[in-house]
Structure formats: structure tokens, C-alpha cells
Design a protein around this ligand. Structure first.
Ligand code: AMP
Ligand code: ZN
Length: 493
């Protein structure tokens, strides 16, 4: 019997504003679409957090035995500056500034994105479609929306008629906004005169002669609107009705609101059963964001080369830090928070690494089966990872007590405990144990540092036999010392 038969997940649906029992559209299957990155620059840690939340959710569904089709796109065209309908394409702008092809920008930052996700031990999605690979689907979708009377063509561009749509539908249903308020609050910007109303949004934009990324269409040589891409790609791979659509909280409006409008205008329904929004990572109390400059890149945090944190942190420590907060809560990235996460992560891994050497007895002083159930209950309650981690710490405490002799466990329970704690820590939270984590060098580097200093002392004392012995034996153990004018560093193989 698959685990999903005995575990009922509750999901907070942003559309209803309530936690709902998750009932997949097709038994045993989950279709999930998550808006991917716009590949015009390196991802920052805020982006990583959102994708990590959905990676954890993907992992849990898979663990329960669901067949999951997880689609996460790459936005490689059509996303304009300020998320608006005016301004330059983010990718084209970067290409212009660097005097290279837009597709070189796309390639560079797609590779960076994948490298970052690999570093943080993400599972690859099932399909990773690109916007530029689905221009034909987008043109077809626009034509349907025009045919249904919800879009109009002006000067080669196509706009979605929000006012017309709102006569029979509710624009703002997801973001809980009212069209009247939007009208009231919109400033009319120069150059928006093509639109009937400022609230309308572009489905297709005619390309200016200087715009490099362009495709032929019935309306003009141009490019698709950002919101449209996700509608075309999600329904192409997941069908006209699918289970989950996710993204960062900041995408609720206008991006996801417009996706709903496009789908209803084209197909008469919102294909999404559960809308999920992951909350923002903050830095210095404000949302991490490229445009405001308030951000830190993963590489800077992993190397320690930044002015914000006191030291470098490993990917699993950063992952643990993020998992200690609910995906629905705002999380502030601080040095103190990371230091505490590092301590907690080490405590958990130390306990897991003790398990194989524990002595077993005739009876257990800890109800392992009940504890296991609590771990599932936490995850079933809208993927509550902070509560799950609290339970994992309870088990860590118990493991330490067994080691001290102040608690006991049967061999059967020990096996269950080992299997459960490893499943939750590694398969579901996606943590990597020290010994397997390339960056899990915190302890290793501490130890090598001691040896480097001993070697330095030996050289100062002209004891070259000892200094060479330290270097050679470390090399045999797979640790190379590299001497330079600035001191000695090490690499592992
Ligand atoms: P973008 O490349 O700007 O389209 O963003 C990619 C994803 O990262 C989107 O799902 C955003 O919602 C998400 N995102 C952007 N900034 C943050 C942040 N500070 N915290 C969490 N997620 C974010
Ligand atoms: Zn999207």
C-alpha cells in the first residue's frame, strides 16, 4: 500500500485562504508547476529559498509514493524591467550592457542556476521548459483569447482586456484586489497609450527594430508577455486541470492573477486546484532583491567572501537554516541565525552518526512508533518543517541518552529510528551528512587548520622531516596543502 493512502496532507491554498485537504486530481499522481527564474543574472539566496521550499514539497510527495510531474520553467524572454509592459527585456538589457548575444546570457545564468541548485542538493524537476521553446503554443493561446473576445490588437501588440474580463469574471480573485481600487491607484504612464486601460497587460509585444529576441506572429515580429509563458507551459505539460501551482509570494500579483485571467479567458477555467506561495527571504529586515541591491549570492555565503556574515557556511547548514522556518513565514537571513543553524545541524548529524554504535537492550524507553507518527503529522500539516525538526531534535536527545546509558532501545526500535530519522533528514529535508557533503568541511577544515599550524611551527623549528611528513600524509589521505605567499590553504579530492 503506498504511503499516500495512510497520510493525508493539508495544504494552505492561497486562493481560498484556507488549509485544505489535498486530494489529487488523479489518484496517486501530482502535477506541480513552479515559476522558475528569469535567467538574466546570478540567482540570489531569496530565489534559492523559494525553489528550496518547493524542492522539499516535491521530495515529500515522492516519499509518500506519488508519481510527481514537477514542471519548473526557465524564463528566457519576455520578462521586462520592473515586471511591467514597458521597458527593456531583462535579458536583452544585460546582453546589450555586456555586448554579447542574449542567448549567451541565458546560457550563462541557466548554468549558474543549475550549479547553485546542485550545490544545495536539489532534485531536478521532471520537465524544465523554456519560454523561447514554446512560442508556437503561446501564439495559439493568444489567438484563442482574442477569438473569445478578451484581448485586442493595437499596432502589432496584443493586450488582455482586463475590464472586459472583469464583467464576467473576478480579476483580483487570488490577490484579493478589486479592479476599482486598481483603477484608482494606477498612474497613467506616458507611452501606455496603446492600451485601452492601464490595467490591461501585454500578451504579445511588437518588437522595436533594436529588439533582438523576436519571433514572427500573426500580429507582428515580436515577443510574448511574461505572464503568458507560464500559462502556455503549465497547461501544455500538466493539462487543463492540474494540482499545484507555486511560486514566490511576490508573484501572486500581477503574475499569477494574470495567469488565472488568461486561462479563464482561453479555456473557461483556472486549471489550478491548489495555489501555493512561498514566503520571502529578507536581509537586514527588507526583502532580498536584485533590483534594490539588498541581496547576497550563494557563492558569497558559501565562501565567506562577504561583508555581512562572520564566516563561511556549508550548503546543508544554509538548507537547515531555511527548513527551520515554515515556507509560509518570512525569514530574515542573519549571521546569528546561521550560527545557530550550524550548531543545530551539527547536533543532528552527530546524533545520526552515533546510531550505528549504540548498544541495544530488551526494552525501549522512547516510543519510536509514536515519534515517527509525529514526524509525519508535522509534514502532513502543510509541510511544517520547523515542527518536524523539533521532533528530530527529540530523537537526537534520545540517541545521546542511549549513548550515556540513561535511556534504552531495542534493536527493532533502533532500526526504525535510524531509518526514520535518515529518511526525514536526508530524503525529505534534503540535508547531506558531513562525510558526504563536499562543503561539510567545517570540522575537517578545523582539523586541517590545526595540522597546517603544526607544520608551520615545525618549519620554524627547522624540523623539515616533520613538516614534510604532515604534508605527505595529508596528501595520502586526499588532502593537498597548497603553499603561497599568503599562507597555506588546502584542497580535497
Ligand atoms: P525571478 O527570477 O525574479 O523571476 O524570481 C525567481 C523566483 O524567486 C520567484 O519565484 C520569486 O518569487 C522568488 N523570489 C524573489 N525574491 C525572493 C526573496 N527575497 N525571497 C524568496 N523568494 C524570492
Ligand atoms: Zn510564472
Amino acid at each position: 500500500m503506498p504511503l499516500y493512502d495512510t497520510h493525508t496532507i493539508k495544504i494552505y491554498n492561497s486562493l481560498s485562504g484556507e488549509k485544505e485537504i489535498f486530494k489529487p486530481i488523479t489518484k496517486g499522481y501530482v502535477g506541480m508547476y513552479v515559476c522558475g527564474p528569469t535567467v538574466y543574472s546570478n540567482v540570489h539566496l531569496g530565489n534559492v529559498r523559494t525553489f528550496m521550499s518547493f524542492d522539499m514539497i516535491f521530495r515529500y510527495f515522492k516519499h509518500l509514493g506519488y508519481k510527481v510531474r514537477y514542471v519548473r520553467n526557465i524564463t528566457d524572454a519576455g520578462h521586462l524591467e520592473n515586471d511591467a509592459d514597458l521597458g527593456e527585456d531583462k535579458i536583452t538589457k544585460k546582453a546589450r550592457l555586456e555586448a554579447i548575444e542574449p542567448m549567451e546570457i541565458v546560457q550563462r545564468y541557466t548554468v549558474d542556476f543549475h550549479n547553485v541548485l546542485n550545490t544545495f542538493n536539489f532534485l531536478p524537476p521532471s520537465i524544465e521548459p523554456t519560454a523561447t521553446g514554446h512560442i508556437i503554443e503561446q501564439i495559439e493561446l493568444i489567438q484563442t483569447i482574442i477569438d473569445n473576445g478578451f484581448a485586442y490588437v493595437v499596432n502589432g501588440s496584443v493586450y488582455f482586456d482586463v475590464h472586459k474580463y472583469n464583467e464576467t469574471n473576478e480579476y483580483g480573485i487570488l490577490s484579493k484586489r478589486k479592479l476599482e481600487d486598481l483603477i484608482h491607484n494606477t498612474r497613467t504612464l506616458d507611452g501606455q497609450s496603446d492600451k485601452k486601460n492601464p490595467q490591461d497587460f501585454a500578451l504579445w509585444k511588437r518588437a522595436e527594430p533594436t529588439h533582438i529576441m523576436r519571433w514572427p506572429s500573426p500580429w507582428s515580429d515580436g515577443f510574448p508577455g511574461w505572464h503568458l509563458e507560464c500559462t502556455a507551459m503549465s497547461t501544455k505539460y500538466l493539462g487543463e486541470r492540474f494540482d499545484i501551482h507555486g511560486g514566490g509570494m511576490d508573484l501572486k500579483f500581477p503574475h499569477h492573477e494574470c495567469e488565472i485571467a488568461q486561462n479563464k479567458a482561453a479555456k473557461g477555467q483556472d486549471p489550478v486546484k491548489y495555489w501555493m506561495h512561498a514566503n520571502m527571504l529578507e536581509l537586514n529586515g527588507a526583502r532580498m532583491s536584485k533590483s534594490t541591491g539588498n541581496y547576497i549570492n550563494p557563492a558569497e555565503l558559501l565562501s565567506g567572501e562577504n561583508d555581512i556574515m562572520s564566516k563561511a557556511y556549508s550548503p546543508s547548514v544554509i538548507r537547515f537554516f531555511m527548513m527551520q522556518a515554515s515556507y509560509k513565514s518570512v525569514l530574515d537571513l542573519t549571521n546569528d541565525g546561521l550560527l545557530a543553524a550550524e550548531k543545530g545541524f551539527h547536533r543532528l548529524m552527530d546524533a545520526i552518526n552515533l546510531i550505528d554504535n549504540l548498544k541495544t537492550s530488551d526494552s525501549s524507553s522512547f516510543d519510536v512508533a509514536a515519534w515517527k507518527q509525529k514526524c509525519y503529522d508535522a509534514m502532513n500539516d502543510d509541510f511544517n518543517t520547523p515542527i518536524l525538526i523539533a521532533h528530530l531534535f527529540d530523537a537526537a536527545k534520545f540517541i545521546n541518552q542511549i549513548k550515556d546509558g540513561s535511556a534504552s532501545i531495542t534493536s527493532e526500535d533502533l532500526e526504525l529510528l535510524k531509518q526514520t530519522i535518515e529518511t526525514f533528514a536526508f530524503d525529505i529535508l534534503g540535508l547531506v551528512n558531513f562525510s558526504k557533503d563536499n562543503y561539510g568541511t567545517d570540522k575537517l577544515s578545523g582539523a586541517v587548520e590545526i595540522l597546517i599550524n603544526l607544520r608551520k611551527e615545525a618549519r620554524l623549528n627547522k624540523d623539515f622531516a616533520l613538516s614534510d611528513k604532515i604534508r605527505d600524509e595529508l596528501a595520502e589521505a586526499g588532502i593537498q596543502l597548497n603553499d603561497s605567499r599568503d599562507g597555506t590553504t588546502f584542497t580535497t579530492n
